[in-house]
Design a binder for this molecule. Structure first.
Ligand SMILES: [Zn+2]
Length: 389
């Protein structure tokens, strides 16, 4: 217990130095955090993935009672490949503009750093309810780590009162977010020389039909804009992010894969897009493809799903978070986070963290020092609340 408390920015410097790009193991970072908790006498639990290359971390400080607060964050970051960084992305660099540069500074090691820097303060405080720390892996590639973390969390501790997911919101309280689904579509054609199109079937041409259909569906869904949710744009969106296929200009492509996805507003049916895509493929597109050749095939495989966050279900967490930020209104965001996964397990959840989502995933990602200060103040308020209630 002799260890000094680091500042949030010191802690952020340490966390940024770990390259936790989602394709890498996060274990070095997780072990660092575990040792840090150990230094302050806090036990933590790891929840590893199936091959043991990554882990979630869960820790609690305070009495083992209901009504605690969960501070949640993902430890992985998006790649820096091909991005024009002007400083080393893995070295926290403060510039004259008062911003702290580095990969993950805003998305979302800034919040984790603030939570960890306050561990000694949480330990010293006379908490009436516990503080839980829930750090996940693989958020950036479809929230793959969090479900196991939530199971473990709920399996082992009395029901918490609220979850704060510290994604960058400029410390605004976000109580509404879209659901998001990721799907891989694989088109299997039959190869033939491009002078003999009647002998084969091009996977790419049918993938093109599918993309065209998605565009039309998107236009239809955009007509159903809703005024009751203030996300921009206020309707379902669809995006084909990656197209892969073909081997040569004079060969009908044997395979084409689309990595695509959609986002739907809270309260909308999050399965509609997938259901309609499956119906279109089964009833129209695949028969058309097979009429050319019986060996042709199309498969749709769900890659990921993140549930929406509905404001109506998160009143308690929003009330508390507004009290701690001093804000007077809540916000809605179109992107997905792990918040929906916590909410799905019955805990009132909001998103609130330092930094601007506009900086996330960008080259020269940064968090402003003033945002880290605001986050420190926020965590300080949580401690006071947990002591005096
Ligand atoms: Zn994030």
């Amino acid at each position: 217990m002799s260890t000094d408390a680091p500042s949030s920015i010191d802690m952020l410097r340490r966390l940024v130095a770990f390259d936790t790009t989602s394709r890498n193991s996060n274990l070095d970072l997780i072990k660092y955090i575990q040792n840090y908790f150990d230094d302050f006498g806090v036990a933590s639990t790891l929840v590893p993935n199936t091959d043991g290359s990554k882990a979630n971390l869960f820790a609690s400080i305070g009495p083992e009672v209901e009504g605690g607060i969960v501070l949640s964050g993902h430890t992985d970051v998006v790649p820096v490949d091909g991005q024009p960084w002007t400083s080393d992305p893995w070295t926290l660099t403060e510039k004259a503009d008062g911003n702290l540069y580095g990969r993950g500074t805003c998305d979302m090691k800034g919040f984790i750093a603030a939570a960890l820097a306050h561990v000694p303060a949480f330990q010293r405080a006379r908490l009436k309810v516990p503080m839980h720390f829930a750090f996940s892996y693989d958020e950036e590639i479809g929230c793959l780590g969090a479900p196991a973390l939530v199971e473990k969390l709920l399996g082992n501790v009395p029901q918490p009162k609220a979850v704060i997911v510290g994604e960058p919101t400029m410390m605004g309280v976000v109580n509404a977010q879209n659901a998001g689904g990721g799907i891989n579509a694989t088109f299997t054609g039959v190869e033939a020389h491009s002078s003999m199109t009647h002998l084969g079937v091009s996977a790419i041409h049918f993938a093109g039909d599918f993309i065209h259909w998605l565009n039309e569906l998107q236009e239809e869904l955009a007509q159903r804009r809703r005024a009751d949710i203030d996300t921009v744009p206020g309707h379902t969106t669809i995006n084909v992010g990656v197209v892969t296929g073909g081997t040569a200009g004079n060969i009908l492509a044997r395979e084409c894969t689309l990595n695509w996805g959609y986002r739907t507003l809270p309260g909308d049916d999050p399965w509609e897009v997938q259901r309609r895509a499956e119906k279109y493929v089964a009833e129209l597109l695949l028969p058309k493809m097979r009429a050319k050749h019986p060996d042709a095939n199309i498969t749709l495989r769900r890659r990921s799903f993140v549930p929406a966050l509905d404001p109506k279900e998160n009143v308690e967490a929003a009330k508390l978070a507004l009290q701690w930020t001093g804000g007077n209104r809540t916000y809605a965001v179109p992107y997905g986070t792990e918040a929906g996964i916590f909410r799905g397990h019955g805990i009132s959840t909001v998103i609130c963290g330092p930094g601007d989502i506009a900086q996330a995933h960008q080259p020269n990602e940064f968090v402003a020092r003033s945002q880290m200060d605001a986050c420190d103040a926020f965590v300080g308020k949580i401690i006071k609340w947990a002591e005096t209630r």
